[in-house]
Design a protein around this ligand. Sequence first.
Ligand code: KG4
Ligand code: ZN
Length: 340
Amino acid sequence: MIVLGIETSCDETSAAVVREGTVASNVISSHLVHARYGGVVPELASRAHQRLIIDVVDHALARAGVGKADLQGIAATHGPGLVGALLVGLNFGKALAYGLGVPFVGVNHMEGHLYSNFLVPDQPSYPFLCLVVSGGHTMIVHVTRPFRHAVLGQTRDDAAGEAFDKVAKMTGLGYPGGPAIDQQAKLGNPRAIDFPRALLHPASYDFSFSGIKTAVLYYLNDRGLMDVPPGPETSDRSWVPDVCASFQAAVVDVLVEKTIRAARETGVRDISLAGGVSANSQLRQDLADAARRIGCRIFSPPLEYCMDNGAMIGYVGWLKFARGITSPLDLEAVANLDIT
Ligand code: KG4
Ligand code: ZN
């Protein structure tokens, strides 16, 4: 079966062709317009999706060497995400399915992330844990078999990537700031500043990253380092690496601690990482080391499948079609769609 997957939940317009569960193409167009606002502006995201969707779909079909008439099913993200952004891909997908007379299915964006591990040959075995960390999500999910999963914990406030982006903004590193913090952290001392680790209740797998963000804000304010324009000629920026390294260590310590505890308590052998923050070098290193110590294997798809992408949506759509699952054409976009 040849399935077109469409993803427009946030600031990536993406489409992919998935043939019998294998990715034939995956085209991602990231909106750069948000950089100058220091975060995703919902209305600008919707407009960018509208501008890009036709070209992105055409590219995905061309790269896979298929025409619209070859498509046998259309899958599109219907939540969670920004409603105005979701509506673009969802309505496009529904209209295309209707026009072609093929089935349509709505896909939960988070399920897409969970099953992104199955887009590559090196796959975890069930049951496994998935740590989904991105600009919009932070959760530990126990996946026992296809479409059987339980959320063990999630963030109560900011997502991990959101914290990276906000701290990058405070330190003058631009947006999105995760990669810049990762780079700066390599030059700094992770023990230079003792930022708090919010472990919450010892038995909880939930996260909270707003406290660490505020701790960085106070640290910078107290030293008059906030809003200092970047550039060696205008100011001394020698403090940046230590702040980045110490902030990153605090976030990574909590992510690793909770994931490893969840692995121990559920008895899984395999742990997978998904979402844009899984590109973080410290997280990858520390989680791999900790997993090895308890005899677990780590899996992480390449970045094009870790970030928001149509391939993971097409793949979940294909799994659903194979089980005879389809959605009605009046399926709605749901901003806070649950994963269970
Ligand atoms: O999954 P993604 O592409 O989009 C969604 O948010 O859904 O994730 C983007 C997030 C941004 O917050 C970005 O700063 C963060 O992933 N990120 C990183 C790194 N690369 C991207 N955070 C930390 N370290 C990185 N190397
Ligand atoms: Zn995502």
